[in-house]
Ligand binder design. Sequence first.
Ligand code: HEM
Length: 196
Amino acid sequence: MAISGSTSDIRQVPCYGLPARVLHWSMAVLVLMMTAAGIIMTQDGISRDVQNSLFIFHKNVGVLMILLIAIRLGIRFTQPPPPEPETLPRWQARIASLTHVALYALLIVMPIAGYVRVKAGGFPIEGLDAMGVPSLVPRSDELASVAKAVHFYGGRLLVLLVLVHIGAALFHAVIKRDGVFQRMWPMSAAQHAQSK
Ligand code: HEM
């Protein structure tokens, strides 16, 4: 039985492997939380306690994301994504792949810029400090301010790309129904041929 409302037999579309799908959705949630926390904690007029908690969350979870992104890249290189459905026009596949490269690049740049901004600025990252991890960058106001600008503009670009990415995913899920969305959907594994 094909997934309801599907115009094509999307059972035959191979999925991403389970680790890639689990990481994709965990990181999607984390990126949304990080972005929301980043925007809220930098607003004027929020209470000091809320601001401090958000900063602690943002810095420490953000550093953890460096690890998740490294694992994600490792999976991407060792388990190449399944081929696009043949029905996908070449230009759309090209735009999708450029968007994915840009998203990966920003997911690497953002936490690193955040780390450099905080450590070069002389501020704590509570989790790393508690474990005795020394700063990997020197204390420097100039470096901190360059990293701050990279983090600021990178955050805007990331939001833009995530919106494009979500728009494209919904286009495939709701309008085209060609199985592209289901390749990454965690729950539909049983209905799809596994790529691995
Ligand atoms: C994927 C990971 C991350 C994302 C998506 C992200 C996103 C953001 C966003 C959207 C802002 C608001 C920018 C603004 O309007 O000023 C922000 C601010 C900030 N972020 Fe991140 N961030 C990430 C990782 C990190 C990490 C790892 C650190 C530090 C260890 C960090 C430290 C900061 C700081 C200190 C600010 C306040 C603005 C400033 O003083 O530079 N971020 N972040």
